[in-house]
Design a protein around this ligand. Sequence first.
Ligand SMILES: CC(C)(COP(=O)(O)OP(=O)(O)OC[C@H]1O[C@@H](n2cnc3c(N)ncnc32)[C@H](O)[C@@H]1OP(=O)(O)O)[C@@H](O)C(=O)NCCC(=O)NCCS
Length: 170
Amino acid sequence: MYTYTEEKKFTKEQVQELFLSINWVSGNYPERLYRALMNSSTVLTVWDGERLVGLIRVLDDTAMLAQIHYVIVHPDYQGKGIACAGHSIDHEQRSKGISTSKPVTIEKDVWIGANSVICGGVTIGEGSVIGAGSVVTKSIPANVVAVGNPCRVLREVREEDRIPMDELAF
Ligand SMILES: CC(C)(COP(=O)(O)OP(=O)(O)OC[C@H]1O[C@@H](n2cnc3c(N)ncnc32)[C@H](O)[C@@H]1OP(=O)(O)O)[C@@H](O)C(=O)NCCC(=O)NCCS
């Protein structure tokens, strides 16, 4: 059974293991990483028993805005899908609370830009980028940049997209 908590009960070693499990470089700086998480306003964690298997870092101003900075899922727990609820388009059914649920699948190493919406039944392929503010109504293949409402493929991810190491933010 999975449990979720906002309590920062994780240890430095547990977060390091989680970040390294997906090859994030910040896992190589456990002191800074742990301090950053402890100083973050909200960190939601997911546990399989005593094992840390997921983490969501939220940055907020405590009054008006909260943004999900990132979502990390341990590779052993990826690919399980996210259920997306919907209601009947027919108003009589809707008024009786008749609703649907279609899975959303977000494959590995996807970047979803701020304020995007992913509709039920959609898969976003490995390595793809969804531009800010997109509404994704149909599945997006792997390794592409896709933008807009409705979200459409703009181009493939290219070698030139790699940021030179001396320009890295972290
Ligand atoms: C998609 C993105 C990664 C840029 O990709 P890119 O290939 O470099 O795209 P470009 O800037 O060259 O733009 C190409 C075209 O797509 C359009 N475009 C870019 N981003 C778009 C978006 N989010 N929605 C709609 N159109 C977009 C541009 O206007 C341009 O259109 P044009 O050819 O008609 O002039 C970037 O625009 C983006 O949305 N980043 C997400 C930022 C974010 O959400 N950050 C949150 C913190 S992690």
